[in-house]
Design a protein around this ligand. Structure first.
Ligand SMILES: Cc1cc2nc3c(=O)[nH]c(=O)nc-3n(C[C@H](O)[C@H](O)[C@H](O)COP(=O)(O)OP(=O)(O)OC[C@H]3O[C@@H](n4cnc5c(N)ncnc54)[C@H](O)[C@@H]3O)c2cc1C
Ligand code: SF4
Length: 495
């Protein structure tokens, strides 16, 4: 803590976003380039170096937050990078994409704005790359053991990096043509430019991790064959089976799942397509689902020049402050948040009724109606109470010639046959069952990330990847040398 009074003298200042009119005309990240570094030392100085740092407890990676806040405030970027990378393989991803449970748990947040922990993390990560503080770290010697990792999302990549660095020979199998999981084709470029991903993948290749893209395990290579070829297998296939909306009119043309829509927009940014075949341009778009995936659809539709965009959330509008009884500090509260996409939609007045927020809360979709050609034209909704019971006389019809369903994911995709071929035991909710050591019922096969935990966050996925790597390493060598930040049954802090 370079300045013991920093938290009293310096107000919180976030990394400024570019003006809405400017940023909706491109797909680049929403932040002002170069505007973080000049403010970040003073922001890090706001950290009180708490005796019991709840920020650290709130982060599943156990990030050493007070330590790197101190190092940044003292301008020691190399040491800050070392401390950051000691617990997090990919801080440039979490520094951009994490909802920051650490900030909700920051002691300062009890009575004033939290330390900008996520911004400090991002500044360290970017500076580490710029100054060469994160070179490839290939192992000094090989163990002779081999591991197949199925899935190249943050879980698979973190597991592969940890196991490669521990000396095992690791191959990552990925069904898509490019690596990165949901960070590649789900998360839009304006939240994280993909060159951050490419740079990390280059580092991993230089360390010795092998990548096999466009390979569906279960179809292009049998799961049992893969198991027999390797000493251990890690399943990190994500939870990509999407939830449906079984209402009248669902079969109409123009109604798509978010993960049918977002990957095509990402492919335009990758240069694979000139325009998306599912573009929102000129359409009245309604997004069903109030979560982050819905917000990603919103930002994408705004950039594609939709005629109007509305996002429906079935939950009632949360308050601006945390509910101290239901979600006291240091838990992560459900409060009214304005993401970059919501800000854009609000400023541009994209909702059909031109109100300032594109979101309609407490809105439940009843049915869709279409035109004679079988194309969706409107969405019928009703307002609901907190128990999701319809309120009388609240029915409405919204113009909709494109509907995007962002209702979450139920568990791993079973169509590729991987789960059945291995005979994996599942939990009741469809995720892959595992024991306290991340092992499935099949000897030598481990499961981690969204595939086993259920739909989660990148920070949890990285923690899962690190923890499953420790379990696999123990299985292969009989000793525990790698860190395991979480157990399979750990969950976010709640009351
Ligand atoms: C649109 C969207 C936006 C999100 N935004 C955020 C955000 O801003 N911040 C955040 O923290 N979290 C976000 N999330 C959640 C986050 O992306 C996930 O929790 C995280 O990616 C899970 O990581 P994973 O590695 O377990 O799975 P995934 O990222 O889903 O990766 C699994 C990989 O396995 C591959 N695979 C599946 N089956 C096979 C097979 N049989 N053979 C070979 N490969 C296979 C898939 O193609 C995929 O690449 C978002 C999710 C979505 C859908
Ligand atoms: S809880 Fe907040 S103030 Fe305390 S050490 Fe963590 S970041 Fe610093």
């Amino acid at each position: 803590m370079a300045d013991p009074k920093g938290f009293m003298t310096t107000p919180r200042q976030d990394w400024p976003r570019r003006p809405v009119e400017e940023r909706v005309r491109d797909w680049n990240e929403v932040y002002v380039p170069g505007a973080l570094l000049p403010i970040i030392n003073k922001q890090a100085d706001r950290c009180m170096d708490c005796g019991v740092p709840f920020c650290h407890e709130a982060c599943p990676l156990g990030n050493l937050i007070p330590e790197w806040n101190d190092l940044v405030s003292r301008d020691d970027w190399r040491a800050a990078s070392d401390r950051l990378h000691a617990t997090n393989n990919f801080p440039e991803f979490t520094g951009r994409l994490c909802p920051a449970p650490c900030e909700a748990g920051c002691v300062l947040a009890i009575n004033q704005p939290a330390v900008t922990i996520k911004n400090v993390e991002c500044a360290i990560a970017d500076r580490a790359w710029a100054e060469g503080f994160a070179p490839p770290r290939p192992p000094e010697r090989l163990s002779g053991s081999t591991v197949a990792v199925i899935g190249s999302g943050p879980t698979g990549l973190a597991a592969a990096q940890q196991l490669t660095r521990a000396g095992h020979t690791v191959a990552v199998y990925e069904r898509d043509d490019r690596l990165g999981g949901l960070m590649r084709y789900g998360i839009p470029e304006f939240k994280m430019e993909k060159h951050h991903l490419e740079r990390r993948l280059e580092q991993m290749e230089a360390e010795g991790t092998k990548f096999r893209t466009s390979t569906v395990v279960g179809r292009d290579i049998g799961a049992l064959e893969l198991r027999s070829r390797y000493d251990a297998v890690v399943i990190a296939t994500g939870a990509t089976a999407w939830r449906e909306l079984p209402v009248t009119g669902r079969e109409l043309a123009g109604i798509h799942q978010a993960m049918e829509y977002l990957p095509l927009a990402n492919r335009v940014c990758e240069g694979d397509l000139e325009v998306s075949p599912l573009s929102a341009a000129g359409r009245h778009v309604v997004i069903v689902g109030g979560g982050d995936t819905g917000a990603d659809c919103l930002g994408t539709a705004v950039r594609q020049r939709a005629a109007s965009v509305t996002q429906l959330d079935i939950y009632t509008q949360p308050g601006e402050e945390r509910d101290e009884d239901a979600e006291p500090w240091p838990t992560y509260p459900k409060i009214y948040r304005m993401s970059a996409a919501h800000e854009e939609a609000g400023d541009l007045r994209t909702a059909p009724a031109a109100h300032a927020d594109a979101r309609l809360f407490a809105a439940s979709t009843l049915r869709f109606t279409g035109d004679a050609g079988g194309h969706v034209r409107s969405l019928h909704l009703v307002e609901v109470d907190a128990g999701r019971r319809p309120l009388p006389d609240t029915g409405r019809e919204l113009p909709a010639d494109m509907v995007l369903l962002a209702l979450g994911f139920s568990g791993p995709d079973r169509q590729d046959g991987l789960i059945d071929q291995l005979g994996l035991r599942l939990e009741r909710r469809g995720t892959i069952a595992r024991d306290a050591g991340f092992a499935t019922n099949v000897p030598g096969v481990f499961a981690a990330g969204d595939a086993a935990r259920g739909q989660s966050l990148i920070v949890w996925a990285i923690a899962e990847g690190r923890a499953v790597a420790a379990a696999v390493d123990r299985h292969l060598t009989g000793s525990a040398t790698l860190p395991a930040p979480i157990g399979p049954y750990d969950r976010p802090m709640r009351v």
